[in-house]
Design a protein around this ligand. Structure first.
Ligand SMILES: *Cc1c(COP(=O)(O)O)cnc(C)c1O
Length: 254
């Protein structure tokens, strides 16, 4: 018997997935355009980083074929396997690391990431700088700022989960900029769950402006996800990190 049936089914499945992703991308582009026009911004100022965590490398390939140039991952092991896979040979992509990063993973991440969004403490800044040097690479780095309202007034709040306290962000930005193999690109934030994203992104923009007075080249504001990208656009986001609105929902647990 010929095996044309299973092959055909696979082709169908790939085409269905491609159509789904294309529709998701189109819907998100429309949202970004509408949000930009509402505040008089040019949509060309806003880059969508498609967050591919949980999704297979074939989806990354489809995204690239549909014109996506920026993809993000949040876990080192998954990111390294996926983003260095032969499936992506010859595919032009900027690889963003957007997850919480342990210092002992800095060496790995610096080997494949073009951008790290989550530098939130001094030790990580220096470890990442050293690791990038060791790989003979230059990595773009963003200072992750905590947008938790309780962090706003406490510069000594321990960094960790949600980023550095806003009051400590400029000093951390100076340290990142001082690393020979890091380029300070800007700031990043995640709006607290259940909070008001407009208030959170307004705080982030204040920090971004302060950092830019010392480092005019640090122009990026990485903010906004599937659920709050309009608020991020209203408050000057240059990079949106969007996963589920493009690729569909992820399993609740991993
Ligand atoms: C997963 C993730 C995103 C994307 O979230 P969606 O709600 O799926 O768009 C953005 N930023 C970070 C830091 C993430 O971990």
């Amino acid at each position: 018997m010929s095996d044309w049936l299973p092959d055909d089914a696979l082709v169908d499945e790939a085409q269905t997935r491609r159509a789904e992703i294309e529709a998701g991308l189109g819907a998100v582009h429309d949202r970004v355009e509408t949000a930009c026009h509402a505040v008089g911004r040019d949509p060309a100022e806003v880059t969508i980083v498609v967050v591919t965590k949980f999704f297979p490398v074939q989806d990354v390939r489809i995204l690239a074929e549909l014109g996506v140039r920026d993809v993000g991952e949040n876990r080192d092991q998954e990111a390294r396997l996926k983003l260095t896979s032969p499936t992506l040979d010859g595919v032009a992509l900027t690889r963003h690391f957007i997850g919480q990063l342990q210092t002992n993973k800095a060496g790995s991440v610096a080997s494949y990431a073009d951008v790290v969004h989550t530098v939130d403490r001094d030790r990580l800044a220096t470890a990442l700088g050293r690791a990038a040097a060791g790989h003979g690479r230059t990595v773009q780095a963003l200072v992750q700022v905590s947008l938790d309202p309780e962090a706003a007034d406490d510069p000594d709040r321990p960094a960790g989960r949600g980023g550095v306290a806003p009051a400590a962000a400029r000093a951390l930005a100076d340290l990142v900029a001082a690393q020979d193999h890091l380029e300070l690109a800007g700031v990043m934030g995640v709006a607290p769950l259940g909070g008001d994203p407009d208030a959170a992104f307004e705080r982030l923009l204040e920090v971004a402006v302060a950092v830019r007075t010392d480092h005019p080249e640090a122009a990026w504001v990485s903010a906004g996800m599937s659920g709050d990208l309009e608020a991020a656009v209203r408050h000057g986001a240059t990079h949106l990190r969007v996963g589920s609105a493009i690729l569909g929902s992820r399993p609740a647990l991993r």
